[in-house]
Design a protein around this ligand. Structure first.
Ligand code: G
Ligand code: G
Ligand code: G
Ligand code: MN
Ligand code: NA
Length: 256
């Protein structure tokens, strides 16, 4: 397809770029980290959503070279921000992983060696994996996350609540964070089921020793209510859209 052809070209020509969406402490508003998100602006096709090109990259195997590029790009950027003092050791960078990336032989070691290369403590890197991806091969996923955990890299379950996590497996997964899916956050004020779900997920997370990040927070009252439900962190347009490097640097100057 034309989209696939263009995506191959974009990878070759390094025409993809990254944006960074802040994650904040719901209690204090303090910046705690950011999620790196891939963007593709194509001269012929315009802006193409990752919802479109990530699945295509996954089915064609292109996600592996794209993932390598993302790791190089985001870790170089993180290293630079750290050196410049724009952020400190408390700042955690989250990177989305597809199933095939997580399942790669030696992935944890590869990530660790990149950390060493860029003088980044592994503790400030967090991988985000969707609940449904984890469930494809839960035993292998547990193995791979254990390896990451052994080298000091943390993990978050993305889009939590939309998949089919069995509680028995959740208990075995070495994850530090559950991210409440945006679809529950949207309805949290007006829909009592969504609010109860958000509350239940938060309680479950805490019982498992995890922290909770709410995705897609768009209003102050959602943020307040999430704090009331004991959710620790928020991410969403209310705090900030995903930002270019320049805009992110501006954000840190005005929010720390
Ligand atoms: O940024 P946006 O909300 O449009 O992203 C849409 C989806 O694409 C999200 O679910 C996000 O996790 C996913 N996505 C964005 N960047 C990456 C990436 O670098 N790798 C993977 N695997 N998924 C990504
Ligand atoms: O219930 P309590 O007084 O502990 O509330 C603590 C905070 O949580 C307050 O700021 C309150 O406004 C907020 N809060 C509690 N319930 C709701 C709710 O249903 N909707 C919203 N938007 N905020 C709530
Ligand atoms: O990893 P994940 O697929 O959850 O990526 C987050 C996606 O949600 C990105 O595509 C990002 O652009 C989008 N997003 C981030 N914050 C908000 C928000 O507050 N509202 C909505 N509707 N989308 C958001
Ligand atoms: Mn994510
Ligand atoms: Na998500």
């Amino acid at each position: 397809s034309q989209l696939l052809q263009q995506l191959r070209l974009a990878i070759q020509q390094q025409a993809l770029h990254l944006v960074y969406q802040p994650k904040v402490d719901l209690q204090t508003g303090q910046l705690l980290g950011a999620e790196a998100l891939m963007r593709w602006q194509n001269p012929l096709l315009g802006a193409i959503s990752p919802l479109e090109f990530i699945p295509l990259a996954e089915t064609t195997g292109l996600i592996l070279p794209m993932g390598e590029w993302l790791l190089d790009e985001s870790m170089q950027q993180l290293s630079q921000w750290r050196t410049q003092g724009i952020i400190d050791d408390s700042f955690v960078l989250a990177i989305n992983l597809s199933g095939s990336q997580l399942m790669q032989e030696g992935f944890a070691e590869q990530l660790l060696s990149r950390c060493l290369h860029w003088s980044i403590p592994p503790q400030v890197i967090q991988v985000e994996i969707t609940e449904s991806t984890l469930m494809i091969d839960i035993h292998k996923a547990i193995d791979q996350l254990n390896r990451l955990s052994e080298v000091g890299i943390s993990a978050a379950i993305d889009d939590f609540g939309t998949g089919y996590s069995s509680l028995a497996y959740l208990r075995q997964l070495p994850v530090q964070v559950l991210k409440i899916d945006r679809s529950f956050v949207t309805g949290i004020e007006n829909n009592v089921e969504d609010r109860r779900l958000a509350e239940t997920i938060t309680t479950l997370a805490h019982n498992l020793g995890c922290q909770v990040v709410a995705e897609g927070v768009e209003t102050e009252s959602q943020a307040r209510l999430l704090l009331h439900l004991k959710c620790e962190q928020g991410q969403g347009y209310y705090f900030s859209r995903p930002l270019s490097v320049v805009d992110f640097e501006h954000y840190t100057r005005t929010h720390t």
